[in-house]
Design a protein around this ligand. Structure first.
Ligand code: NDP
Length: 331
């Protein structure tokens, strides 16, 4: 049996390129579950993989795609049966193991979660890694005492709000009753972010660099998708006892760190890793997303693309030009 995939390869000069190809199912990597992929998501990390940046891909030829949803064709694992709908995010799939930019995948059953009741495979990929990560970040803020209701709770900031994680975090926080402020570098997404529930839309200058050790506290908590220099400024503007959930690095991996906000305001910087989350935490997050996420409200942020579009979209996502979520039906 053959299947269709976006195959990424590296030539002898080190140039990485991708093309749509027909492959044999026997070429798929080892695994105990064979899947037909309905929808796959397109993420920042996929942009890195398809352009050969960030050391994401271990070996070539490669099939990218860090999240996908589909149906089981064959399984030798008792937890999954033919026809069952499942989701895969993380576990280095699309990085070290062939991923979702294909009509078929063979994976380890431990990496899957069953589709939550009432969720379609399309909705699962509209949410995707981005939504799962946003949910995990919100759960972490809550566990640090950043709650929606109550007079002691100030607004929560979301950075990189026009992207996948940021836009879903905006929607989820708003639906949970938080006062949500967002930072975006793009005027054209202001109305979208307000429609998702943002109470205040700020430009990137809200997080411009400052020599000062502390700035006026503005936010009780934050979900930071950009890292880099803006994170340094963000940490200086968190209220005493507040928390920043560090999710991404769209503006860079490094920043000029100072202990001052930590020792004078007792703030917390909490790392969020969606990739290696254990099954129970994933399942709990997906179940919560079933009721909390609104596909109707979020649809304005969804773009459907084809496998062949992804190389060009990779440059766009790395340059911060992709709005919300891009999903692909690989067939
Ligand atoms: P997107 O590209 O969809 O979103 C990133 C957003 O960041 C952009 O849309 C843009 O938003 C903003 N941005 C881009 N470049 C810059 C810049 N130079 N300075 C300031 N802001 C910038 O990516 P995702 O939402 O898929 O992922 C966001 C980040 O989170 C990525 O770094 C990704 O690797 C990481 N991630 C981490 C996960 C984890 O488990 N920790 C899981 C998933 C993603 P705007 O134009 O609105 O300002």
């Amino acid at each position: 049996m053959t299947f269709r995939a976006l195959l990424t390869d590296k030539d002898k000069h080190g140039k990485v390129s991708s093309r749509v190809a027909e492959l044999d199912e026997r070429d798929l990597p080892d695994g105990n579950v064979l899947l037909a992929i309905d929808w796959t998501g397109f993420n920042y990390k996929d942009g890195l993989a398809l352009t050969g940046r960030g050391g994401i891909v271990r070996s070539y030829p490669h099939i990218g795609g860090v999240d996908f949803a589909g149906r089981v064709i064959e399984s030798t694992d008792g937890r999954y049966h033919p026809g069952q709908a499942v989701i895969l995010t993380g576990w280095r799939v699309g990085e070290w193991h062939w991923g979702g930019f294909a009509t078929r995948a063979r994976v380890n059953a431990d990496w899957l979660v069953p589709m939550p009741k009432g969720m379609s495979t399309r909705d699962a990929m509209v949410i995707g890694t981005a939504g799962l990560t946003a949910m995990l970040a919100i759960n972490r803020l809550k566990s640090e005492g950043i709650r929606a209701a109550g007079s002691t709770n100030g607004p929560v900031l979301v950075t990189g709000a026009g992207g996948g994680v940021g836009s879903i975090a905006t929607l989820l926080l708003a639906r949970l009753g938080y006062e949500v402020h967002v930072v975006t570098g793009r005027e054209e997404v202001h109305d979208d972010l307000k429609a998702l529930g943002a109470n205040m839309v700020l430009g990137r200058d809200a997080l411009e660099a400052s020599e000062k050790g502390l700035l006026k506290p503005r936010w009780r908590g934050a979900i930071d998708n950009v890292g880099g220099a803006p994170l340094a400024s963000l940490l200086k503007q968190i209220e005493p006892g507040g928390c920043v959930a560090a999710v991404g690095l769209a503006a860079g991996a490094n920043w000029d760190a100072s202990v001052v906000p930590f020792i004078l305001r007792g703030i917390t910087l909490a790392g969020i890793d969606s990739v290696m989350q254990p099954f129970d935490a994933r399942m709990a997050a997906w179940d919560r997303l079933t009721t909390l996420f609104s596909s109707t409200v979020y649809e304005r942020m969804v773009t459907e693309a084809a496998l062949a579009d992804l190389p060009a979209l990779s440059e766009d996502i790395l340059a911060g030009r992709v709005r919300g979520r891009v999903i692909v039906k690989p067939s």
